[in-house]
Design a binder for this molecule. Structure first.
Ligand SMILES: Nc1ncnc2c1ncn2[C@@H]1O[C@H](COP(=O)(O)OP(=O)(O)OP(=O)(O)O)[C@@H](O)[C@H]1O
Ligand SMILES: [Mg+2]
Length: 204
């Protein structure tokens, strides 16, 4: 789990969606950070695909955000980008699902820690043996999974207020999903992610 700083994407970004984080990088918690607007679920998935180009075996991504924020959606994109086998989904009873590699890129270990109540339950999963060989993404891992590695990419997805487009057909109030907009804050912890602040996610 050691290594150089994250490599920036090789392709130039046509329309960079990233903007510098509002907070200084040395705020509490430290590490470089980026804020990325995600107007639709497709954008969130695309961010996951773009992140796949940055990741390598041994990397740990910790996802946080409210119920339905879009954590699994992002991991689905990550799985697509890595080209792993199996459909990335929200498992009801499975806490950790291993998606084997289909090509040269590493496999994906997708953990949903929502039902984990303690650190010891995380230890019981005995993830350490696998971590070096795969990219690991832990939903609801904030406050639990940090202990797995000093180098972590922490991704928080929020629904910013007032950014959702009003429905064109005036159906507000009915069961219409018009407030799709999300915002992701990425923060790199440890030397592995030192280059994160220079990353500009281009088109997926
Ligand atoms: N901008 C967006 N980004 C991500 N998902 C979005 C967005 N807009 C709408 N959605 C929808 O919101 C839902 C997000 O579900 P998802 O399972 O990814 O969230 P989650 O954070 O993993 O939820 P849980 O807390 O239950 O694990 C999906 O139905 C998705 O289509
Ligand atoms: Mg989920």
């Amino acid at each position: 789990m050691t290594g150089a700083a994250a490599e920036p994407a090789t392709e130039p970004a046509a329309e960079p969606a990233a903007e510098p984080a509002a907070e200084p990088a040395d705020r509490a918690g430290g590490g470089p950070s980026l804020v990325i607007d995600l107007p639709t679920a497709a954008d969130t998935r695309a961010l996951g695909r773009r992140l796949a180009s940055l990741t390598r075996a041994g990397d740990l991504l910790i996802l946080s955000g409210d119920l339905g924020a879009g954590k699994t959606t992002l991991v689905q994109g990550l799985g697509e980008g890595l080209g792993v086998r199996g459909r990335v989904s929200s498992p009801t009873f499975v806490i950790a699902r291993h998606h084997p590699p289909a090509g040269a890129r590493p496999g994906l270990l997708h953990v949903d820690a929502y039902r984990l109540e303690s650190l010891s339950q995380l230890d019981d999963l005995d993830l350490d043996a696998e971590l070096e060989d795969v990219v690991t993404a832990v939903e609801w891992g904030s406050g639990l999974a940090e202990r797995l590695a000093a180098d972590r990419l922490e991704i928080r997805i929020d629904r910013p207020r007032g950014t959702g487009a009003a429905p064109a057909d005036g159906l507000a109030g009915e069961d219409v999903q018009f407030d799709e907009a999300r915002r992701a804050e990425l923060r790199g912890a440890g030397p592995r992610w030192r280059g994160l602040g220079d990353w500009a996610p281009g088109p997926a």
